[in-house]
Design a protein around this ligand. Structure first.
Ligand code: AP5
Length: 216
């Protein structure tokens, strides 16, 4: 199964991608996580990406596609869920061609739909466990008490200015992909609001409808 999770910042892509990965034995490929790991390790890629991410801007397509190409090859072009990629038309065109070259078409694209007013609330109160990568929300999905406070990270791009810029980038660069995917893939819109388990159930129902998924 080869899935793409699509949606605005804070739609719950990371949260649901982790669940899908666990449920179906998929590799969770998040370009945001890959960039953050490179920033932490202070690699040249990380230093380059940091300048964009901190301000809420997209990292250039050539850099991002190169990183994804490397990872797709490692996972033999199968059993993955893409989170936060592709997010521009050139990235999507490159991905479709690359996967076609390896006879590995996308199984389904799932779009998480969340009203914009929920997004700022979600992002400003998000915390990530720096050790496990678990994603929490201080109100909606609080971290367990045994996770030490100094392990809980508030992302550098989760401040109001960067959130505004990220939403602008989303509307300008990423939202047009919806039409692109509708024309080329099995595309499912899923209500991304409500309890995490309920959203997970809706995502599961959507991908179960996809032809060719039997036996997964
Ligand atoms: P990335 O890390 O991909 O960020 P994003 O797309 O902005 O998405 P987020 O991680 O903010 O949100 P999410 O949808 O994963 O939601 P989450 O599950 O965490 O990218 C970061 C940056 O890297 C980009 O801005 C860009 O600079 C760069 N980058 C990455 N990919 C790139 C690419 N392809 N091209 C160019 N640049 C790229 O949930 C959010 C919060 O909501 C959490 O607190 C969670 O607990 C909570 N929550 C989740 N579900 C629910 C629910 N149902 N109800 C209530 N709260 C919920």
């Amino acid at each position: 199964m080869r899935l793409v999770l699509f949606g605005p910042p804070g739609a719950g892509k990371g949260t649901q991608a982790k669940r899908l990965a666990e449920q179906h034995g998929l590799v969770h490929l998040s370009t945001g996580d890959l960039f953050r790991a490179a920033i932490k390790a202070q690699t040249p890629l990380g230093q380059d990406a940091d300048r964009y991410i901190r301000d809420g801007l997209l990292v250039p397509d050539s850099v991002t596609n190169g990183l994804v190409a490397e990872k797709l090859e490692e996972m033999d072009y199968d059993a993955f869920v893409l989170d936060g990629y592709p997010r521009t038309i050139p990235q999507a065109e490159w991905l479709m061609q690359h996967l076609a070259d390896h006879d590995a078409p996308i199984t389904a694209v799932v779009s998480l739909v969340v009203p914009e007013e929920d997004i700022v609330t979600r992002l400003s109160r998000r915390r990530t466990d720096s050790q496990t990568g678990a994603i929490y929300h201080l109100d909606f999905n609080p971290p367990p008490e045994d996770v030490p406070a100094d392990r809980l990270v508030h992302r550098t791009d989760d401040h109001p200015d960067a959130i505004r810029t990220r939403l602008g980038e989303y509307h300008r660069e990423t939202q047009p992909l919806e039409v692109f995917f509708r024309e080329r893939s099995s595309f499912f819109e899923v209500d991304g609001t409500g309890a995490l388990d309920d959203v997970q159930g809706r995502v599961a129902d959507a991908i179960a409808d996809t032809r060719g998924l039997s036996g997964i």
